[in-house]
Design a protein around this ligand. Sequence first.
Ligand SMILES: *[C@@H]1O[C@H](CO)[C@@H](O)[C@H](O)[C@H]1NC(C)=O
Ligand SMILES: *[C@@H]1O[C@H](CO)[C@@H](O)[C@H](O)[C@H]1NC(C)=O
Ligand SMILES: *[C@@H]1O[C@H](CO)[C@@H](O)[C@H](O)[C@H]1NC(C)=O
Ligand SMILES: *[C@@H]1O[C@H](CO)[C@@H](O)[C@H](O)[C@H]1NC(C)=O
Ligand SMILES: *[C@@H]1O[C@H](CO)[C@@H](O)[C@H](O)[C@H]1NC(C)=O
Length: 892
Amino acid sequence: MVGTRRSWLQCLALALTLQLSVIAGEFFKPFNVSYDHRALIIDGKRRMLNSAGIHYPRATPEMWPDLIAKSKEGGADVIQTYTFWNGHEPVRGQYNFEGRYNLVKFVKLVGSRGLYLHLRIGPYVCAEWNFGGFPVWLRDVPGIVFRTDNAPFKDEMQRYVKKIVDLMREEMLFSWQGGPIIMLQIENEYGNMESSYGQKGKDYVKWAAKMATGLGAGVPWVMCKQVDAPGDVIDSCNEYYCDGYKPNSYKKPTLWTENWDGWYTEWGGTWPHRPAEDLAFAVARFFERGGSFQNYYMFFGGTNFGRTAGGPNYITSYDYDAPIDEYGLLRQPKWGHLKDLHDAIKLCEPALVAVDSPQYMKLGPKQEAHLYGTNVHSEGQTLTLSGKKSTCSAFLANIDEHNAAAVTFFGQVYTLPPWSVSILPDCRNTAFNTAKVGAQTSIKTTEFSSLLSTNVSVLRQLPSQVEVTYISKTWLTVKEPIGAWGEDNFTVQGILEHLNVTKDRSDYLWYMTRIYVSDDEISFWDENSVEPALTIHSMRDLVRIFINGKLIGSAAGHWVRVDQPVQLKQGYNDLVLLSETIGLQNYGAFLEKDGAGFKCPIKLTGFRNGDIDLSNSLWTYQVGLKGEFMKIYTIDENETAGWTDLTLDAIPSTFSWYKTYFDAPVGTEPVALNLESMGKGQAWVNGHHIGRYWTLVAPKDGCQEICDYRGTYNSDKCTTGCGKPTQIWYHVPRSWLQTSNNLLVLFEETGGNPFQISIQSHSTDTICAQVSESHHPPLRMWSHPDFVNGKISASELIPEMNLQCDDGYTISSIEFASYGTPGGSCQKFFRGNCHSPNSLSVVSQACQGRNSCCVGISNAVFGGDPCHGTVKTLVVEAKCVPSSTIGFSAVE
Ligand SMILES: *[C@@H]1O[C@H](CO)[C@@H](O)[C@H](O)[C@H]1NC(C)=O
Ligand SMILES: *[C@@H]1O[C@H](CO)[C@@H](O)[C@H](O)[C@H]1NC(C)=O
Ligand SMILES: *[C@@H]1O[C@H](CO)[C@@H](O)[C@H](O)[C@H]1NC(C)=O
Ligand SMILES: *[C@@H]1O[C@H](CO)[C@@H](O)[C@H](O)[C@H]1NC(C)=O
Ligand SMILES: *[C@@H]1O[C@H](CO)[C@@H](O)[C@H](O)[C@H]1NC(C)=O
């Protein structure tokens, strides 16, 4: 039973690799980075690079080491990040490089793991980040026009970019200093905006490139989406697919700075998902057709803590459907499928860098091959590799969206699923096909939107053993005053622009005025059945309207008209408008002119003598909330706020603060708050602002029951969450929690029920996998000495299934196992006509009680062939539980 023995040896090897990869690398010896038309040249060698996008402030410093390690384990060579000007310079001239903004620490961690770093300084970054990364004070610089040939802007931009470059150099973080930084970026997607600025835009591009390269950073610079990137600056591609991309000079390599592996989400929207098969297809096609550097935007998306979400209207989660989820756990099968892809590309790297361009072969109407090799001779159907110095790797692509194809490549027949690429590191054996997912699927405890993988639709309920834990039975409350609350309120004639007043110190700005209504007016309304109304010509992002202290209506939108019927009494009436921003604009030309709040006229209609224009009335202004400025969410807040016990009959109540103390869930897993019972507001834990929350419901329609990976992806193609609140789970980083007595404070605008707020650990609850006999053998075998020496051939090797729970978790039970022809999908598997009776015992023996396991896919492993002549598949569903709860630690 050679096959059996070999398969177990393979599984052993896997456990070893996982262990070894946890050991940290070291900083580098100094090396130079340059490029030619084929690739970046690192320390004298062309490299094929996969990069993982991680934005450091979207995680905590405590999370960084794990995120970087998981990126590396997933096959990343590079970490890419933007820098965030408004986080680093919140007040002009006062810099912040601490905590989540400790850029130096982040870069050093990347280097200590042996990964390179691509630093995209911007300083405009878009990034679905508040104001695209610009500090709001930048608007107030006299004479400023952003992102164009404007001296005040250029001065500020240069000062910040120089500050970052100098900091990196002082800390010895550039490659030639032995640091990890191999590449930088100036500006960001300016090509989309350039035409709005005419000649000045063109001059600005030239200035920006010259300014950046003049800073002596000593590594290449890129400008993404910038076809006119000047001189040495490399123009790069940001898209879902970049395999057709050609830079503007033959001297520059093809770089893909943003491979959109998912998409962001808006309040009231659905969740986009990009299938792993299509993502892998896009990456394989990119390297196939001459690409050399590819970055996942995002590899880890994370969280928009505080008020950092951009907008308008981007949610607090920036999960992005990334291979590492918002909480730092692997999103499977995406992460695992990409790891396999990266391993396959790595096997091809010697051949890919050896030549200037691939050899093209048409294999069918929608099928083609690209071959990279040296000392390769092809004659008709034969391929000869001459000598030890020869290299040969090939990509076989089927771009047909509907049908599989059998193609002949040098005398051998290959079956290519629709919309897929097979990677042949030796021009003969398939190491990977983008449409064949061998990686496991993972379902998390907090997963609420339906799990979508290719051709699978699973409506999620909470897993059975997960109980709802209400965070507290006792709550305190205090009302937020409506209108002016502080000495710094002021009264002027007319409507001021929102940001001009708040300087974004708060989302909230109160506008208050008083209207006199005479007896005649009241009788006019009564006699003519007229109802007066308030109209606002245009407004963003949200307004709440109060008459005489009572909330009578709200409206939301982006520069929309508001018509609100109002009931006024005889005499003086207080009209209060609360203007709210929900993330400042992060995309578009002339951001400095965008502003927020109201555009005039603001009128009362339906009066006897016509409309009353309030645009030039006396208005009193108050920035922010009283509780916000008194910092009543901090731990040392000293009860002066007047908290009282919250009783059930007092809810729901608008404009209220709530607070309680709670114990953290046991364990070290990341934690999430379920705020589905609340309306809209903001939340703080132990004084840390965890973000805005809003239980806005997504449209009922537009989601897909089945996500078909085939064909060109767009962000509307595979969405989930229809008819449900967009976000209900909010990440509370572990490092912000202590064991007990954690302070939770919420500001609620519209009225929710804090008694129903629950808390839960976020971990992988269920894992499933599906691998067939026809799957390619494990990629590790390519480096096995017997394979390299030709002592074993690919046809002798068997595929295998790998299963793994999160760290500290153990496979407690096998819920389903069938070797044969099973059907269904994760959590809904069923047996087919063909089923090996040993399925469950073989899998249980290999997996139960372990953190990870591996099962070979062959008749020998399952003690015989359950159905001769049929391609068999192994399907497994398993449960993961904390190792501590089952009384023994995971067996390795
Ligand atoms: C990098 O390039 C510079 C300038 O050409 C050279 O002086 C230096 O020795 C190089 N460093 C390494 C490590 O090759
Ligand atoms: C999707 O599933 C159906 C039934 O489960 C199957 O017939 C079909 O071939 C699958 N399609 C793809 C693209 O895998
Ligand atoms: C508003 O400000 C004025 C001074 O400008 C002050 O006298 C008044 O008390 C303030 N109102 C509130 C409610 O604090
Ligand atoms: C903001 O205030 C400045 C002066 O402080 C003024 O020049 C500018 O027009 C204001 N912007 C808007 C949009 O009202
Ligand atoms: C309590 O709060 C009040 C008002 O914010 C402040 O003046 C006072 O110094 C605080 N006292 C302590 C002990 O923190």
